[in-house]
Design a protein around this ligand. Sequence first.
Ligand code: AMP
Length: 416
Amino acid sequence: MAKIEDFNFKGKKAIVRVDFNVPLDENGNITDDTRIRGALPTLKKILSDGGSLILMSHMGKPKGKVNPKLSLAQIRDAVAKALGTDVKFAPDCAKASEAAKELKPGEVLLLENLRFYPEEEGKPVGIDKADPQYDEAKKAMKESQKEFAKTLASYADVYVNDAFGTAHRRHASTAVIAGYFDQNDKMLGFLMEKEVKAVDNILKDIKRPFTAIMGGSKVSTKIGIIENLMDKVDNLILCGGMTYTFAKAMGGNVGKSICETDKLDLALDIMKKAKEKGVNLVLGTDCVAADDFNNNANTQICSVMNIPDGWEGLDAGPDSIIAFRNVIVPAKTILWNGPAGVFEFDNFTTGSKAIADAIVEATNNGAFSLVGGGDSVACVNKFGVADSVSYVSTGGGALLEAIEGKTLPGVAAVSE
Ligand code: AMP
């Protein structure tokens, strides 16, 4: 694998897998451009060396079909503005040979959403897993995926993977494509290098106490990381929507709060494991309950064990916030994934904001703090504290899988 800092891109065409899967509002305006800004060091290095850029990314989940709402044409101007140069656009990512051939040093070509082709993800479409033909269809799709990756590879001399957000996927553009480049012509981008190093910081050389804060809506999507963290952390805060699954499992009445009733045993098992492993599990004890799922709903503070019928917990309560602070402020290593409440509603941001503030305080006292996962990133941006924590990761699933100790296909593919 080549090293981007040592590589001279002069006269080379570089195809770069970026993660431009940025959130858009209903008018197609970017609401958070963290991911575009994150890729700039790599892109600017290539251009300033005298190389040309072919940018490829996915956006959303078009499931192998063209969907104008998920067209990367919508972000072309924002990318051009960020790079300070014009950006050409290839409306079909698999038919961009001519456009790529014509690129001159310093020029930029953005390819249309890779996931408009099912080959990008490599999953057969329109056939159920239970279908006897599924395995055949999967095999055939893997072959077309290779062809698709080969086409993308043919546009360029060099491959750079700077898309940490999708590094946990073995897709055409994130991993398969790397097989069509020599060892010396493929590498990780600066953002990927930084992300990998930040995870290393959390996993190796842990300074204690280590506090992890897991929030968000569901236990089920976070169970892998929760179990893995149990072997590493001193304190584990579980907050957000997960709170109510735990409260219900302990016999509480959670009203109409978000609750995974089929995960009650899992919640009890997590509590048991934490005890066995000597992990201090911190669960919310009180909440801000609302009579409706909207910003202007009526609210009351109540115990998570006793939420009135028709009401739902949408934010952490004052006692919970104190308990969270008590294990965040003295920590020396901190990982935060997932908000403590429905932070998208301004009236339910208090818990998440208190967590962010406590993390900043600990960071100022010398802790290493890593914030990752789309929603936590949106939180630190909303509260204006992104620059006051040690590292904000652009990866959600990729970050969690890396912390679970899994090898990321996107990283492995350029190293092979
Ligand atoms: P996740 O994608 O699992 O990290 O979940 C993030 C989402 O969880 C955010 O959109 C939050 O609004 C949501 N969330 C956090 N707390 C709650 C809650 N108490 N009730 C419903 N949704 C919540």
